[in-house]
Design a protein around this ligand. Structure first.
Ligand code: GDP
Length: 220
């Protein structure tokens, strides 16, 4: 399958800030925190998992998507999300968002990191309702080793994914655009369906592209 990029040249050049969002994501509710995939509710319906290195802005991306600043905890101290957080759309238990623990936080012990890695690993490999992965990266440090591992896993398991290059507001429009192109080039060999977008949780840049992609993953 051809790589499927959602950002057009034109939309990159114009770099419009997109404030529109559909009610379907704004009425997302928190269901609960679960220590491992075994504790999660029934493995039915469709879900999307959000993953990313600690401090990449994973919680902020979820909050931007749902227009709810308090939904996923954001913190200036990285590495706080240690459990699997589950949200459902419009009280529809069959359409879910999953917030996986952040990875790669150097200041926690090696054993803690391994434990969180295992939680992510088991979730990814066992959860049948997983329909797509959102891999969040800081646009200033994309494609770190653990991000690449996740992409390789998506390729091997043919799981569609979306790369969100977050914190694009830290760069000029031109610099964000060139980083996006550079990252796309580095992912050239990836054949599983994937998309990549520059994003900002601060000013909602790229939000409509993310929404479109997530709707596809969730068959909405
Ligand atoms: P997480 O650990 O991946 O869940 O990251 P958080 O969502 O808690 O964000 C980590 C830090 O990055 C916080 O200080 C956020 O305010 C900041 N942050 C998140 N997204 C953005 C963004 O799009 N732009 C900027 N400038 N900062 C962001």
């Amino acid at each position: 399958m051809e790589a499927d990029y959602i950002l057009t040249y034109q939309s990159n050049l114009q770099f419009k800030t997109d404030m529109t969002t559909k009610d379907i994501f704004t009425s997302t509710t928190f269901v609960g925190s679960f220590p491992s995939h075994e504790d999660l509710p029934l493995d039915e319906g469709d879900e999307i998992a959000f993953c990313g290195r600690s401090n990449s802005g994973k919680s902020s991306v979820i909050n931007a998507l749902t227009k709810n600043k308090k939904l996923a905890k954001t913190s200036k101290t990285p590495g706080r999300t240690q459990a699997i957080n589950l949200f459902c759309l419009k009280n529809n238990e069959n359409k879910r968002l999953i917030d996986l623990p952040g990875y790669g936080y150097a200041k926690v012990s090696k054993s803690k990191r391994q434990q969180w890695g295992l939680v992510i690993d088991e979730y990814l490999n066992r959860r049948k309702s997983l329909k797509g992965l959102v891999i969040i990266m800081d646009i200033r440090h994309p494609l770190k080793d653990s991000d690449q591992m996740l992409i390789r896993w998506c390729q091997e398991t043919q799981t569609p994914f979306l790369v969100v290059l977050n914190k694009a507001d830290k760069f000029s429009k031109n610099k964000s655009f060139s980083e996006l192109q550079k990252t796309k080039k580095l992912m050239k060999g990836i054949t599983v369906s994937h998309e990549i977008t520059a994003f900002s949780s601060k000013d909602f840049l790229g939000l409509s592209d993310v929404i479109k992609c997530l709707e596809k993953f969730l068959s909405l």
